[in-house]
Design a protein around this ligand. Sequence first.
Ligand code: 5GP
Ligand code: ZN
Length: 109
Amino acid sequence: MEKDCLFCKIASGQTPTEILFEDDQLVVFKDINPAAPVHLLIVPKKHIRSINDIAEADLPIIGQMHWVAREMARQHGVSSSGYRLFTNVEKGGGQLIFHLHMHLIGGWK
Ligand code: 5GP
Ligand code: ZN
């Protein structure tokens, strides 16, 4: 838990947000400013700043993020139509919230 980190606050329940999925490692919630009809954020509970900061011990979290993304895509009806998964890394990569997260977007007609 990092002080003043928005996604730490959401993941720990300090900032009320509708949580679509939760397990011991991750939470999933909707992006507040959706770029597509389905726009979810898959967020580890552990504070990791970006992909640059993952340690070997964090690899199960990265695997779980993809596993849960696959399940969220199915639940939101975009598995067969298709979707994008992406992670922005640092300012030059478009990262605005410096707590690791993966975007899942899809659902275009
Ligand atoms: P980034 O650019 O860091 O990869 O993406 C951060 C995302 O977080 C943006 O798409 C932005 O709309 C979303 N976001 C920022 N603040 C909040 C918030 O308070 N709640 C939710 N649900 N999403 C947020
Ligand atoms: Zn954080």
